[in-house]
Design a protein around this ligand. Structure first.
Ligand SMILES: Cc1cc2nc3c(=O)[nH]c(=O)nc-3n(C[C@H](O)[C@H](O)[C@H](O)COP(=O)(O)OP(=O)(O)OC[C@H]3O[C@@H](n4cnc5c(N)ncnc54)[C@H](O)[C@@H]3O)c2cc1C
Length: 337
């Protein structure tokens, strides 16, 4: 098995256009050639950052576009304490109790007590802009407030890119998959589903081409993914930015107002769009008038979410740099930066 001592350094060959790399193996420099390099290195995007066209389209995700998260499974040391906690919140063993927006509009603390009261799974997350407590700080806070929780069984923390998938995440000889391409459902920082879907879309796209690294094959991959899943990813990115803008107090008002209804919640949990977002405004005119501060943020988000459905459907069909630039400009105007 080839297990290099160093991360391969990839760059397109000037002569053939195909990707070539080199790495050290047992101290020797080894040349590597590949028709297609797939970068699945997560947010690090190690190959992405070495390809100018991709690095320009997908600059590092930082600050307000980054989620700091931690997820731990803990022992329940005191099952009576766990029962009392659940009863206080009208919940039962097996339920999840969540606090929305404890530190900024995009933040969460949640506790899932196992049905047998043996263990609890805790999740925390917030925007990693230095102005809010991090995922691990929110976790420490949860554990301090709930002394019935015990030692850690497993888990960990990290950061999740929340920015929507860029207009370009493939180029001749290279394709990005997963967090490297921001294949993430931004409303709750879920990247596993869309990362797996992207892998499948890539395999299906390549099946049509003899050369998997050709401009046509790699373009087909990004076009197929964005045309089908761009509307969902783009809409939830708009909602994520809206929730950051609303802040803790705004999210509390949104929940209390009835404007955020069961259908919207279900759409987020299932990571799929149900109706055109703007249709949610119909029939809510009275609430909209009563909650002007929220309406000022919610209405544009619903309009942008609806626009996302249209713009991704017209992603350029064939490799065409000028058409892609025009499309990307329109996408930025409609969905916002
Ligand atoms: C605490 C937490 C909880 C989460 N919960 C959920 C959830 O419930 N549901 C969900 O859908 N998503 C969740 N996510 C997000 C999800 O984990 C990511 O979106 C997903 O793991 C991205 O997968 P990926 O393969 O693209 O990247 P990663 O999982 O980051 O994998 C990248 C891999 O590449 C390796 N790598 C990096 N650089 C190099 C290099 N130079 N050379 C070789 N290898 C390299 C890394 O070691 C790593 O193994 C959570 C994230 C966190 C932090």
């Amino acid at each position: 098995m080839f297990a290099p001592d160093s991360t391969p350094q990839w760059k397109p060959s000037r002569r053939t256009g195909a990707f070539a790399g080199c790495a050290t193996w047992h101290g020797e420099v080894v040349d590597i050639a590949a028709d297609l390099v797939v970068d699945a290195s997560g947010r690090a995007g190690v190959v992405r950052d070495a390809v100018p066209a991709l690095a320009a389209a997908a600059p590092p995700v930082e600050g307000a576009d980054l989620c700091s998260a931690q997820q731990l499974v803990l022992d329940v040391d005191d099952s009576d304490g766990a029962r009392a906690f659940l009863a206080e919140h009208g919940a039962r063993p097996g339920d999840i109790v969540s606090w929305m927006a404890p530190d900024g509009g995009f933040s969460i603390q949640s506790i899932h007590v196992a049905a047998n009261l043996d263990e609890a799974s805790l999740l925390t997350g917030s925007i990693a802009d230095g102005r809010h407590r991090s995922g691990s700080e929110l976790m420490a806070d949860l554990r301090r407030r709930h002394p019935w929780l015990g030692a850690q069984r497993f888990g960990g923390g990290g950061t999740i890119p929340l920015r929507r998938t860029p207009a370009r995440f493939a180029a001749p000889g290279v394709a990005l998959v997963g967090d490297a391409a921001c294949h993430v459902m931004a409303a709750h920082g879920s990247g596993i589903g869309f990362g797996l879907i992207a892998g499948r879309v890539l395999a299906d796209a390549l099946a049509h081409h003899d050369d998997p690294g050709s401009a046509e094959a790699t373009w087909r991959y990004q076009r197929s993914f964005l045309r089908e899943f761009g509307p969902t990813i783009g809409s939830f990115d708009v909602f994520r930015r809206m929730s950051v803008g609303l802040g803790t107090a705004g999210i509390e008002q949104l929940m209390a107002s009835g404007l955020f209804d069961e259908e919207m919640a279900a759409s987020g949990l299932e990571q799929r769009l149900v109706d055109p977002p703007i249709s949610h405004l119909v029939g809510k005119v009275a609430q909209l008038a009563r909650h002007r501060a929220i309406t000022r943020r919610l209405a544009p988000a619903l309009v942008r979410g609806t626009a996302a459905r249209a713009i991704y459907r017209v992603y350029p069909r064939r490799p065409n740099e000028a058409a892609l630039r025009r499309w990307a400009r329109a996408e930025r105007v409609l969905l916002g930066a």
